[in-house]
Design a protein around this ligand. Structure first.
Ligand code: PAF
Length: 280
């Protein structure tokens, strides 16, 4: 596996690959890799000649300083995992390499998608995501880029950015990878205490029950039910729960068979924020 720390080195390597008609797949990550990331890389390997994984803990997408400081950094283990799935290129730049002396985000208009759910609770988050993903696209110029559906809103926002900015890259959304007990894989899971980790699968249990209830109950009733379930919980507290249409991410009032809906949830286990979603 080749490892590059600068834009210039990566660009010249990829230019040579493109001159030989090689296709490029990009998997942007913030490191602390797990099986979910590896599944994206495996998918990228099947479709592209060269797979680039970026590891960059992007400061502009964190709305809380402590969350950025505490974000797990495990580059040695990440490198081993990347080698185990025959990743071709690791791009591991410094903050200075990406932002020079101005650590700030570009302002984006994602047609309102940025103000819902995660956007409501994490001010400026999607400007930060848009900034880094657009920068990575400009450096790598990938044919395909891969993102997990756990961050479903992020995925929709990146698709929107590609459309609005007419970027020449195909976005591939990949299924959520879960632990055996149902907890969605996330780099943040490593920060959970023993008790919090044991409690966390409750989130997916709730989502599965929501899927059943959605056949017969109104969104309002289900939303209240979810809030009640979490009110009683000793280790988890609810930040938001919503049932929304997949593309617009607008809240839906009731089931309409011609629409694709999803339930979205954000929960705190102590200081650790966990999100998950399910197709209904
Ligand atoms: O999903 C993530 O890990 C990050 O938001 C991303 C897409 C790598 C941008 O920093």
């Amino acid at each position: 596996m080749k490892i590059f720390n600068t834009r210039q080195e990566l660009k010249s390597y990829l230019t040579a690959q493109k001159e030989r008609n090689k296709t490029i797949g990009l998997v942007p990550t913030m490191g602390a890799l797990h099986q979910g990331h590896l599944s994206l890389i495996k998918k990228a390997k099947r479709k592209n000649d060269v797979v680039v994984v970026s590891i960059f803990v992007n400061p502009t997408q964190f709305n809380k300083k402590e969350d950025l400081i505490n974000y797990p950094k495990t580059i040695k283990n990440d490198t081993k995992l990347l080698e185990s799935v025959s990743c071709d290129v690791l791009f591991f730049p410094s903050v200075k390499e990406i932002y020079e002396d101005h650590i700030s985000s570009e302002k984006f208009d994602f047609d309102g998608l940025e103000h819902l759910m995660e956007g409501k609770f994490r001010q400026g988050h999607f400007d930060g995501v848009g900034t880094i993903v657009k920068t990575l696209f400009e450096i790598v110029i990938p044919n395909h880029a891969y993102f997990g559906q756990k961050d479903f809103q992020q995925l929709q926002i990146i698709k929107k950015m590609v459309k609005k900015h007419r970027l020449n890259v195909k976005i591939k959304g990949c299924a959520i990878f879960r632990e055996e007990d149902g907890l969605a894989m996330s780099s943040r899971n490593t920060r959970l205490s023993k008790e919090q980790r044991a409690a966390a699968p409750f989130i997916y249990k709730i989502l599965r029950k929501v899927r059943k209830k959605f056949a017969t109950e109104s969104t309002d009733r289900i939303t209240k039910w979810v809030a009640n379930q979490l009110k009683k919980h000793p280790f988890l507290s609810l930040e938001y729960f919503t049932i929304a249409e997949e593309k617009s991410l607008e809240t839906v009032k009731k089931r309409e068979s011609n629409k694709k809906n999803r339930a979205f949830i954000a929960v705190f286990a102590g200081e650790v924020r966990l999100i998950d979603n399910i197709r209904l």
